[in-house]
Design a protein around this ligand. Structure first.
Ligand code: FES
Ligand code: FES
Length: 164
């Protein structure tokens, strides 16, 4: 089946089997391996992506269902120069990245939260991460990174996404 959609701000056209998930299409057919697969049953959030701006577990999304829609993966989140954006830098600086398996999904979940809530409380950040499991960090540094990014963005509200 030929499907057309927008992937990380660029149009994509790809011929895929109809019975695969979005995570398989991203990783195996499009070679975007930043999206991780772990539980494959919607429990861990490692496969998180944005679908039309909404946080979804791509292991639960049928690949053909993204026809005509917009998908953002971790590869689509970066600064203008292609390096880490402010949220990703804060993950690094706060020590929020340990093994890193959960981190792409955590960053995606963080961006999804900050898109709808400019200054979330720590409780709201924890609730937003409820579907993303990390076995390494204890979550505190991850919450710190998202909280710091929210504060920095609030101090510079006119900063465009590309300038972060
Ligand atoms: S791999 Fe999709 S939620 Fe765990
Ligand atoms: S950093 Fe290892 S699972 Fe989160």
């Amino acid at each position: 089946m030929l499907i057309n959609f927008t992937l990380n701000h660029k149009p994509v056209s790809i011929d895929i089997p109809t019975d695969i998930t979005l995570s398989v299409m991203l990783r195996e057919h499009l070679k975007l391996t930043g999206t991780k697969e772990a539980c494959e049953i919607g429990e861990c959030g490692a496969c998180s992506v944005l679908l039309d701006g909404e946080l979804v577990n791509s292991c639960l999304v049928a690949a053909p269902s993204v026809m005509g829609r917009e998908v953002i993966t971790i590869e689509g989140i970066h600064a203008e120069d292609g390096g880490p954006n402010d949220l990703q830098r804060n993950f690094i600086e706060k020590g929020a990245v340990q093994c890193g398996f959960c981190i792409p999904g955590m960053v995606i979940a963080g961006e999804a939260l900050l898109a709808i809530k400019s200054e979330p409380s720590r409780l709201e950040i924890r609730e937003a991460l409820a579907g993303n499991l990390c076995r390494c960090t204890g979550y505190m540094q991850i919450v710190d990174a998202i909280e710091t990014t929210a504060k920095e963005r609030a101090e510079k509200p006119n900063l465009s996404k590309r300038e972060r």
